[in-house]
Design a binder for this molecule. Sequence first.
Ligand code: CAA
Length: 248
Amino acid sequence: MTKRVALVTGGTGGIGTAICQQLAKIGYQVAAGYNSGGDHEKARAWQAEQKAAGFNIAISFGDVRDFDSCGRCVAEVEEMLGPIDILVNNAGITRDSTLRKMSKEQWDAVLTSNLDSVFNMTRHVINGMVDRTFGRIVNVSSVNAQKGQLGQTNYAAAKSGIHGFTKALAQEVARKGVTVNTVSPGYIATKMVMAVPDEIRAEIIKGIPVGRLGEPEEIARAVAFLIDDTSGFITGANLAVNGGQHMF
Ligand code: CAA
């Protein structure tokens, strides 16, 4: 069988890089979708770094806030590698602020980047997956979707929306060999979490039973499990990887 093709949005970021590397390591053809504020040179440098580390990963520009840009990204990846079998909707941002101070721009930025993005990408791959009777979609949510977090009404709302999307689409395509699941990371040692003020982050870590931040590779392993060919009976599920911070 030819190697399955996986597209990971936000593929050059903290968790995204670990997902790309993990999938490449276990034999997938991987493309990292990137935005990088349109800095193509930065993405090419990332790709060269991956190559030097032994990972052959394609890159494709796509602004996940923009439906047509996502369409172009999908078309480019399919031209380079073949039909997309696996989509990991991982791209996301934070614009933390209490609601009392939150601007409309902060709200819109997070909702479009973290929730509209899931529609914008998935819509371009879903019919191909259904036609080929195989597909794996993994949406990356967050512990804060279910737990809530002071300063993240925008982020929690968008990440909660992902759960509804996942469960609805999972039902629509369950008989077509396509699974749709969510992975919900807790606080992972990436730039995004390191941007939280030190004293607040220290308080948060105190609330994690495992007693530490998670590693990006720990999220990548969960994604690899869900996309496996043998994971076809797992759909509409949410896999929490949060060190016990929130149990449900
Ligand atoms: N419980 C209740 N109230 C609290 C509180 C707490 N633990 N901590 C602060 N407050 C209150 C303060 O007393 C203050 O109220 P008053 O104005 O009445 O005094 C109010 O909340 C804070 O208001 P401010 O808007 O002034 O706060 P700020 O501007 O200093 O900071 C913040 C707000 C930016 C949201 C800051 O708290 C923060 O960064 N928090 C962390 C948010 C966070 O966890 N983000 C996760 C990012 S990583 C990620 O998202 C990845 C993932 O999936 C996990």
